[in-house]
Design a protein around this ligand. Structure first.
Ligand code: V55
Ligand code: FE
Length: 516
């Protein structure tokens, strides 16, 4: 094992801990507002949008909206309030402001809304009329007036639990939003129970118990190896907390929860305090480091963690996972090297788009394996990311998933990005493909159940399509059992929806039980 023992962890944690939600001194309105000018994007579709919209009754340009759909599709996208004062190089949208968007479905009418998320950081910058926070996850590059503030942007996921709508980014506590208005309610530390400085954007809901299982990594401050694992009951109260140290500090972006275990995939997108001190990217790919899957029994103690080691691989998002008592099955797109071109390779090698392709694969852990390894089996040869499942089967054995594809062998699509949606039958390996046409990219496809009693994978796939030639977006609704057929309907959003990450469907019944 090439563990990086880091005796300075706790000292570093103390130094970079956030201490206040407000700026040190109230930020006064400037005498003259700074000029707003953004750098020219490579494609005009990717310029900041900055529109907070309300559209009642979106135009349906194809098909018919299923009138029985009652609920809201929420997503966070990455927009920009102000230009940066630091050079971010080729960094994607990881350091952009979160904007929540919602599509409210009721009796066949669909209303669209978008609102910037008022993180403490967003409000401080709004008061100043300019950016005050510097490089991605590097507080050493911030303006002095915001020293010690949480740097979260709430730009990664939005999810509903315990009657509350949360927007999250993994470097800070979540933000609570009003599910109807999308106004920001506040910065949430679970009434003081969140002892970690961070909280994942990828919690898992246990459909049997209603529990939310989540964690914070770099939990004592950026680059620390500390991880805090929590479970909250169905009402949102934290009922379990335990801590452990990862073998090395890394971007612990997603994890797996089964009925009996939680699994923490430590992937070698490592982080080091000295990189932050030198102004280098916080994350760098280590091509010589192993993958470690840390397994803890559900509601177990950190000291029970067992690490299963595998060769150097890249993975980011987990489609789903389940266990049969002895084995744990994990499905995730796996690549030979990092998917993120903006995080350097530590030996100075250039990013390789070929080896970075991810292919949906199954990792199997045999808990009885004395060698503490795991196996990998490829499920699909189509380069994929953004895996999702029918969330009613989270933690349970499941057979249906959906992904975005960047390539489809044998097919040409001009331009880059995610171009196809693929629904995968994990039992047969059969795939169905949706192609929105040339000049269009797709966001994360999500599953929406038509009704609660529908069998697994029966319902809809919602996907936001960017019509990059026409400078507007669409919400396309596919039949989850037939994504290759003509869409069920297409809702036109007469605006560009900025590129975003994750979203979720919340039923009207769940929304009726809001408690924020
Ligand atoms: C991701 C996105 C982030 C982030 C870390 O893999 C990982 C996606 C939008 O921000 O901070
Ligand atoms: Fe993610």
């Amino acid at each position: 094992m090439t563990h990086h023992t880091r005796p300075q962890d706790d000292a570093a944690a103390e130094r970079i801990r956030w201490t206040r939600v407000e700026p040190k001194e109230p930020i006064r309105e400037p005498d003259v507002w700074p000029t707003v000018r953004f750098p020219e994007p490579a494609h005009p579709f990717d310029a900041p949008v900055r529109v907070e919209a309300d559209i009642r009754g979106l135009e349906c340009i194809q098909g018919e909206v299923p009138a029985h759909l009652d609920g809201t599709f929420y997503k966070v996208v990455c927009d920009r309030q102000f230009p940066k004062f630091v050079d971010e190089g080729t960094l994607g949208n990881f350091n952009d402001d979160g904007m929540a968007i919602s599509f409210r479905f009721h009796k066949g009418r669909v209303d669209y809304k978008s609102r910037f998320i008022h993180t403490p950081r967003f409000d401080a910058e709004r008061a100043a009329g300019r950016a005050l926070f510097g490089l991605y996850r590097n507080r050493l590059s911030d303006m002095p007036e915001v020293e010690g503030m949480p740097r979260g942007l709430a730009n990664t996921n939005v999810f509903f639990h315990g009657g509350k709508l949360y927007a999250a980014k993994e470097d800070s506590p979540p933000i609570i939003l009003d599910p109807d208005t999308l106004e920001t309610v506040g910065h949430d530390d679970f009434e003081g129970s969140l002892t970690s400085q961070t909280s994942t954007a990828h919690p898992k809901m246990d459909p049997r118990t209603g529990e939310m299982v989540f964690f914070g990594y770099s939990a004592k401050g950026e680059t620390t190896r500390d991880v805090a694992y929590y479970e909250a009951d169905a009402s949102g109260q934290i009922i379990h907390e335990t801590w452990f140290k990862a073998p090395y500090s890394s971007m612990l972006h997603d994890f797996c929860v089964t009925q009996n275990y939680v699994i923490f995939p430590v992937i070698p997108i490592r982080s080091e305090l000295e990189w932050l001190q030198k102004g280098e990217p916080i994350f760098q790919w280590d091509p010589d480091e192993s993958v470690y899957l840390g397994v803890i029994p559900r509601k177990g103690k950190g000291e029970q963690i067992r690490w299963f080691e595998g060769p150097n691989r890249f993975a980011s998002h987990m489609m789903g996972a389940y266990d049969d008592g002895r084995h744990i099955y994990i499905d995730t797109p796996v690549g030979d090297s990092s998917y993120f071109p903006w995080f350097p390779i530590i030996d100075g090698r250039a990013h390789d788009p070929d080896t970075s392709k991810g292919f949906l694969s199954r990792w199997t852990i045999d808990l009885a394996d004395e060698n503490r390894t795991f196996t990998e089996r490829r499920i699909s040869n189509n380069p994929a990311e953004f895996p999702r499942m029918d969330d009613r089967y989270e933690t349970l054995e499941y057979h249906w998933g959906v992904v975005g594809l960047t390539e489809l062998p044998g097919h040409q699509a001009p331009g880059g990005g995610f171009r196809w949606v693929s629904a995968v039958d994990l039992t047969t390996g059969k795939q169905q493909i949706y192609y929105p046409g040339d000049h269009a990219t797709v966001g994360e496809p999500i599953f929406v159940q038509g009704d609660e009693s529908a069998p697994e994978g029966h319902g809809y796939v919602f996907v936001i399509v960017s019509r990059r030639d026409m400078m507007h977006s669409e919400l396309v609704i596919l039949d989850a059992q037939h994504v290759d057929r003509e869409p069920v309907c297409t809702l036109k959003v007469p605006l560009r929806i900025p590129r975003g990450l994750h979203g979720n469907w919340v039923t009207a019944e769940e929304l009726a039980a809001r408690t924020d």
